[in-house]
Each structure stands twice: as C-alpha cells, then as structure tokens.
Design a protein around this ligand. Sequence first.
Ligand code: NAD
Length: 525
Amino acid sequence: MLENVLENGENQKELTVYAALAKAARNWDAYHAIVNTLKNLEENETLVIQSGKPIGVMRTHKFAPMVIMANCNMVGRWATSENFYKYQEQGLIIWGGLTAAAWQYIGSQGVIQGTYEIFQSIARMHFGGDLRGRFILTAGLGGMGGSQPLAGTMAGAVILCVEVSEARIDKRIEVGYLQKKTDSLDEALTWVEDAKKNRQSVSIGLKGNAAEVYPELLRRGIIPDIVTDQTSAHDLVYGYIPAGLTSEQAVELRQTDARQLQAMSGASIAEEVKAMLEFQRQGAIVFDNGNNIRSQAAQYGVEDAFDIVVFTEGFLRPLFARAIGPFRWVSLTGDAEDIRKIDRYILEEFKDNDIVTNWIHLANKYIPVEGLPARIGWFGHGDRTKLALAVNEMVRKGELSGPIAFSRDHLDAGAMTHPNIMTENMKDGSDAIADWPLLNAMLNCSSMADLVAIHSGGGGYSGYMTSAGVTIVADGSEESDLRLKTTLDNDTGIGVLRYADAGYEESFDEIREKGIRRVATEAQR
Ligand code: NAD
C-alpha cells in the first residue's frame, strides 16, 4: 500500500502524493527503513510511526495492529501553518494529507464517487434529476481535483476544468479522466456551447488561472449552472498559484519571498471567490468542494465568502449521519479481475441499494485502473462488514487471486473533525470538537485493525482538522474474519453514534434499524 501510494502520487521524487504537500513518508531514508522493518515484522509486533518516520517496533500480540501512526499533530496554539513550515524545514514533521501518510491513497478514484454523488444530488435538487445539457465550471486537475472531469461526464454534464499546469492536464488525459484540452478560452466556450446544445457529456481542460478565468466569464455574461473549485487553495505557499504566475514561477518565488507569494495567492483567491459569489447571485449552484477556499477568501477580505455552502453540509450529511461514506478495497496482488469479481458480487447481493449498484455499473464502465486495481463505493453500517466478510471468504476459497485491503476515507462519519469542511454547522454546534476522530482511532486499535492512523492538518490546513484512518486486510484467514467484523462494525458504529449525539434523525433511525448500542443520558432521551 505504501508503494501504491507513491505509484499513484503526483511527485514521487519528493514523496508528495496529492493536495500540494501530502507526503507518504518523512524522506527516502525513512521510507526505506519502514519497508525493511515491515518485511521483518513478527506477528506479535507493532511498528510505530511518527509523521512518516519509523520510531520503533513494540512487542504487542497477534491481534494488535501491525502499524500505528500519528502524523502532523501539533498542540492547539502551535498548530499554525508558519509553525508547520518551520518544523517541516527542521525535518520534524510532514503533513500526511488524509490518505498519503496512512498508505491509503488510490489515485483520483478516491474521491470520484463523492464528487459524482454531489453532482447527482444537485441534479435532483435543482435540475429535475438530469444534468444533460448543463454546464459545470471548476478548477484544479491535481491528484484529487483530477477526478472532477470524469465525475462530471459520468453525471451527464459538460464540465470545464481550469488548470494552470499543462502537465497536470496531460496527466488526466493520459489516465483517462479528461477528454480534451485547449489553452484558448474562446475555443473552450465553443466546445461548451456545442455540448450543451447537443446534450453531450464532455470534459474540457482549459490551461489558465481560475482567478482570471472566473471573473472573465462573468465579464462576458456567462453563468454556468454549477460552479466549484478544487485547486489546492488550502495552502497559499505550496498549493494555490496566484494570477500572473506559472507553477514554476510560484516555486521560485516560494524560495525567494514566501510571504509575497502568500499575499499574492490570498489576493487571487479573493478575486476568484468574489466571482463565485456573483455566479451564485446570478443563479448558479455554487459550493466549496473541501479545499478551504472560503476560509482563505474570508481572511483576505471577502466577508460574505461563507454564503457559499460546503459540499458536506449541502449535499452529503444525510448519508454521513447513517455512516454511509467512501469505503474502498484494493487488490494487493494487482489483479483487476478480482475487482471485477467483487463488482459482480455487489451487483448481485446489494440489488436494493441504488447508490451502490448505480455506482458500480458506472465505475465498471468508466474508471480506469491506476496502480493497484481498486474500487471505492459508498457503503454504510453493516453493509461494509457484509461485503468484507464475503470477500474474505472468496479469498479463502481461492476465488480471488490473493488478499484485498479494505480502508475508508478519513472524511467519514466518525473519523473527521474539520469545522470548515466535514463538521461545519453541526446541529448541536460541536463543529470543532476533535474527541470523535481520537475515539475512532482508539476504538479501531481495540477492534484489531491492521493499521490505524491519527492525522491533523498541515500546511494551510494546520489547526483546521483532526482525522483518523484505518486499514484491514482480508487475507482469507479466520483471524481476518474477526478483525474485519469487529473493526468495520465499530468504525461505522461510532460514526452513527457521533451524529446521533449531535441530534440527527437519520442516525436514530439507523440505531433502531441496525441495533447499535447507544448510551443516552437522561437529557438526551
Ligand atoms: P494537488 O495539489 O494535487 O492539485 C492542485 C491543482 O490545482 C494543481 O494541479 C495546480 O496546478 C492547480 N492550481 C493551483 N492554483 C490554481 C489556479 N489559481 N488556477 C487553476 N489551477 C490551479 O491537489 P489535489 O489533491 O487535487 O487536492 C485539491 C484540493 O482538494 C486540496 O485542497 C485538497 O485538500 C482538497 N481535497 C478535497 C477532498 C474532498 O473530499 N472534497 C478530498 C481530497 C482533497
């Protein structure tokens, strides 16, 4: 999984996987030490990792996790981007993103169903359930943002993706996520108009800067149906590229005058978000796609930036309240046929689950293989366990070629606190309470998961978030049955309880239906 993270990453040499700065390991020395240690790890031992560096091997027991890690956790008042950059410079810390340092990244597929479900939800809420002939404007074709063009075409729309780096545009075309590219806005708009007229789903990469293209579209009176952005706006120094600079010039300025770069990025984001707000005023459906762009704009003077809704609160919270979220499985032998066999099992056994069956049909048709063959699917409490146990049985019987690793995104019901992304405007006001991901991680250790990770934000996300990750391997053994059942039931169980504690009706329903044991205080009854 560690090798696979790098295989799919944006900059292998630097060990950078996605989201500007998210790394798989502290440095190459640490990487090799991790690999050597893992190769020699005994069954009753646990490897301890701190911010991408191996620290020690502890004698535990055979049901204990194989790896536990804590990446990029700084205490409250110290958790600023300035301190993060300083500690990073000193070689003391890395940001692990959500999936990079936790060895769970599977390429752009990792977020694609989330983006697709957002588009579908917008279609149902605003466009009579159909995005054909509709125009989506977005920006950023990096590791995660690169999923947008495919999610857009899968939803039937025409999607224009503004990206400063031609190399990133080419990469998405090469892996099959994006269809065409141009550096001419006029040409891009002609393609958009043609596709709208013919109700064709088309994805277009436009080489340009979002801070310039968005306001220019407004000047021309062009109002898309849906607008968002998935540049690395969360990081003003390592992520976002300000108007007027190429990616290379931004790297140079970072070395000579990082403060100047930061100020320029902030000013550009402010212009972009002002344009997004104007699109919204003129009827577009606009949302923040989880990159802190509103928080940055607010800090650079856009007072009404939070009039834009965040995708979780706007479109996905009813699913999270039932602990339905991004669950994934990876073939560790690299056999794509194993993933197709699991697809077939799901279509047969989860017939009544429309979210899952609709997605698996689409994924089977459209999602290319990147690195180890993998699949993501939004499953909830009980269903994750049912799937994983069935897969473990298939491994045991030799119906699959070898072990399958299960994990889920940190952006999951019980696993993330981020008051401007995952937990904004929680019903009970618990937006910034970080006890939940910590409880989640401890519970997963107690539940015999194979790998458990606690992450906090780094770079521009410093001080904004805490999250937990978990991986369990189905190797066909009976011991795996036990690990999978206990971990997956408890992982989603605590997710449902977290939302029940905040007062969400869907969670109470789930608790009743699935028999999750909640302890409610007198006041909560
Ligand atoms: P990345 O760093 O790999 O890619 C960012 C891309 O944006 C780069 O290709 C860069 O060239 C481009 N870019 C930067 N400034 C630009 C500008 N002004 N105009 C046009 N293009 C510009 O990052 P990523 O992995 O794609 O992640 C993007 C953002 O999404 C991050 O903030 C990340 O934290 C967030 N994210 C959200 C979710 C979610 O669930 N919604 C999941 C993962 C990541």
